[in-house]
Ligand binder design. Sequence first.
Ligand code: SIN
Length: 320
Amino acid sequence: MSLNTIDYPTDDLPFQLTPYSPTIGGEISGIDLRQPLTDDQVEGIRAALLDRKVLFFRDQNITTDQHLDFARNFGDLEVHPFAPHKDGYPEILAITHDRDHPGQENGWHSDVTWRQQPSLGSVLRCIECPSRGGDTLFADMYAAYDGLPAAIQELVEGRLALHDFEGFRARLRKRGATEAELEDFNKAYPNPQHPLIRSHPETGRKGIYVNAAFTKHIIGMEREESARLLAILYHQASMPEYQCRFHWAANSMAFWDNRACQHYAASDYWPQIRRVERATIIGDTPFYTTEGPVANMAESPFRGRIARQRVEPGHSLFKS
Ligand code: SIN
């Protein structure tokens, strides 16, 4: 599997980039998304995304077509088969929460990992936000992987996990879907097996690629042991040292790399309204390779210090 070389013109970016945390998140200013992006801007954003994993934009009073145009600079867009879309825009996922529909994206996840080819990235735009709360948190899955004890890294290497869209099945039933219709969805979207640790196709960095929303179990592992190991991996996303947090305002946007980070939408604003719209860029088939990161990559590796419990095979966490 060959990995692309990244050319990251850090001192010469065609916009200003303000990092949020040492490894994840960066706010871009000096770009007006009402205008088509130049090739330099697209390349600069792509490179900044590979380093920061999520990019933020403010005050982008754009149309839905301009939102789609921005996302299309980075790949083809998918149509979500289960979630409601904006009228007339099948590629825009409309996510609205209010008194009768409390927030439900408050679980760490990477988007659509129940697909054989999950998303490369998502571009979310805030239409209306609560007066307080409703932030989205992002966790750096490279740092989360690097922070695992060596024994766990060995245990997970090369293993696969099964992913499923179970949460959506429940929502579809609520909306009146019949069992026959659900069976058609099961056939159209068969459960994929993805590596627990994914090599990023562009950076070559290894990151945790299981999430509590869509991962069911580890292939070839006894269910209880699989659940314990997954719990350790899921826990990594909840470490504040690996995170950044974005506070929304109307016309703010976030563009995240689903291959390198997970996100969590805080559901702390009920009964206020929170309305966001998402375009989702199609990705490729996840893979794992022992090859290291690409040579000339500019990146911000995690350098924090985290006191943690030693976890070894044979530890009670692994006793079935
Ligand atoms: C999502 O999970 O894609 C939505 C995140 C958010 O609403 O902040």
